[in-house]
Design a protein around this ligand. Structure first.
Ligand code: HEM
Length: 210
């Protein structure tokens, strides 16, 4: 009988986060990114919501890695500046509140968090391609194209490093953290969705958005 638990860290992470990813990409804020009639305002709303996530996750990653610098070099992979450049081009501001995300207190949690952020660059390429196809290629796309044509190679390099550096005894922590992170992001998107949301509060003025 085949073993139901896949062996590699990547297979385990991918399997565990399949449903949470589905829930996330079907969230109303995210699903609009693929809609043919997406407005600049809606595009900005999704970026404002993601800003809180990326800012909080990158701060936690860098804090853990400052104690374990040999584990992974995240600095050249930071995405916050690209996201902020897009917000600025849209005349939008970050909501500025820290988002409660799963703590990074072990190597497993580190790689579960990295998996989620690095994997999102794959989805970003997909989103950017769709926006261009739909005639929204003039939207600022730095965040969703952050690695450009290196997206696939950087993803593979991340996976290789994760398999090398995450001890198998920590795989369960890695998958639990990734699932908890997806769930936390969805919870944050919920708070950002609606008229009294963080995204609405972070709009600078109706004239700057469609
Ligand atoms: C509208 C929103 C989203 C869409 C349409 C989307 C789409 C995709 C697609 C098409 C892939 C597979 C790419 C490939 O294999 O080449 C992917 C992978 C992935 N995405 Fe998303 N994504 C979205 C949002 C997110 C978010 C917000 C996160 C987390 C912050 C995320 C995390 C991931 C991860 C971790 C993978 C890697 C899965 C694997 O192990 O192969 N995605 N996404």
């Amino acid at each position: 009988m085949p073993n139901p638990t896949p062996s590699t860290l990547h297979q385990q992470l991918r399997l565990a986060t399949k449903e949470p990813h589905h829930a996330l990409d079907h969230h109303p804020l995210m699903a609009r990114l693929l809609a043919p009639d997406i407005s600049r305002r809606e595009y900005g709303d999704a970026l404002v919501a993601m800003h809180g996530v990326v800012a909080s996750a990158e701060a936690a990653l860098l804090a853990y890695l400052s104690h374990h610098p040999a584990l992974f070099d995240y600095a050249p992979r930071r995405k916050l500046a690209a996201l902020e450049a897009d917000l600025s081009a849209l005349g939008r501001h970050p909501a500025g509140e820290a988002v409660a995300l799963p703590a990074i207190a072990c190597h497993g949690a580190l790689f579960g968090t990295l998996y989620t952020l690095e994997g999102a660059t794959l989805g970003g390429q997909f989103i950017a391609a769709r926006l261009r196809q739909q005639g929204a290629g003039d939207f600022p796309l730095q965040f969703y194209t952050v690695y450009g044509d290196q997206t696939r190679s950087r993803w593979l390099a991340f996976l290789e490093r994760a398999e090398q550096r995450c001890p198998p005894a920590e795989y369960a922590r890695a998958t639990a953290t990734a699932v908890a992170l997806f769930d936390a992001i969805r919870g944050h998107l919920d708070t950002c969705y609606g008229p009294s949301s963080c995204a609405a509060a972070a709009t600078t003025g109706a004239s700057s958005v469609k």
